[in-house]
Write a protein that binds this ligand. Structure first.
Ligand SMILES: C[S@@+](CC[C@H](N)C(=O)[O-])C[C@H]1O[C@@H](n2cnc3c(N)ncnc32)[C@H](O)[C@@H]1O
Length: 236
């Protein structure tokens, strides 16, 4: 297992690179994105051009509608009955979805079932160990939404909705979280823990302190204090 710690500044671009590299290295052709919602990682044009298939899975038909036309879509709750999906994939992607899963055991059981032997999973999730996420977890949704819109007004955009978050199994590369993935039937190939958060950009002093904290954590990594995690798993 390769464990790395990075500044969260590049996390979004890094995830796209991580998925592209995983696809290329493994020659993966059939891909599903769980919780793709309004913002699938790949465009419909790109999905059509690949030698394989790209399926979007989401419990919300409304969110999938926002993704636009041209995708193969499946409206289903990944924690429940997935028998309507009678196929297996080489790769399952979940970006900003694991946080919203109340029952990660069922989630990973179904992900495991949807993968062919040796298939891969690429996860990108926010971790509950940062202050903005703690606020999001513990304040009522209506209040945390009002605070979020003050800090990130772009979230008003219909493609950046807010969903109830549980943050279960959403930690940096802690021993416990690695064990969670292993006990669910996966090998952990890569685990990147990110430090820092852009939530403070509108508050110069807080932002400066956040940058200083990030620089310190990059020198002295604490897996329990990561703001995001990116993980590549292999089905055992
Ligand atoms: C924060 S959005 C992330 C959307 C997109 N992946 C992105 O990065 O912008 C979370 C998505 O997960 C979906 N979701 C939440 N729980 C789900 C479940 N149990 N099964 C399938 N999708 C789920 C939501 O409907 C929503 O579209």
């Amino acid at each position: 297992m390769q464990v790395t710690y990075l500044d969260a500044f590049s996390a979004w671009a890094d995830f796209r690179t991580l998925v592209d590299t995983t696809v290329q290295e493994g020659g993966l052709r059939n891909i599903a994105e769980v919780g793709a919602g309004a913002n699938p990682l790949f465009s419909a044009a790109f999905a059509e051009s690949i030698d394989g298939s790209y399926h979007l899975i989401d419990s919300s038909a409304e969110e999938l509608r926002k993704a636009g036309p041209g995708y193969i879509i499946h409206v289903l709750d990944i924690q429940k009955d997935i028998s309507s999906l009678d196929q297996q994939f080489d790769l399952i992607i979940a970006q900003m979805t694991l946080e919203h899963i109340s029952d990660p055991k069922s989630f990973f059981e179904n992900v495991h079932q949807l993968l062919r032997p040796g298939g891969k999973v690429c996860l990108f999730f926010a971790s509950v160990t940062s202050l903005p996420m703690l606020v999001n977890k513990f304040l009522p949704d209506s209040l945390s939404r009002r605070i979020l819109l003050k800090i990130q007004p772009f979230r008003q955009n219909e493609k950046h909705g807010k969903f109830t978050a549980f943050y279960r199994w959403c930690f940096g590369p802690t021993r416990n979280n690695i064990r969670n993935f292993e006990n669910a039937g996966f090998g952990v190939d890569r685990y990147t823990g990110y430090f820092g958060h852009s939530y403070y950009e509108r508050f110069p002093l807080l932002n400066l302190l956040e940058k200083k904290k990030t620089a310190w954590l990059l020198k002295h990594p604490q897996p329990g204090l990561c703001t995001y995690g990116q993980v590549v798993l292999s089905k055992k």
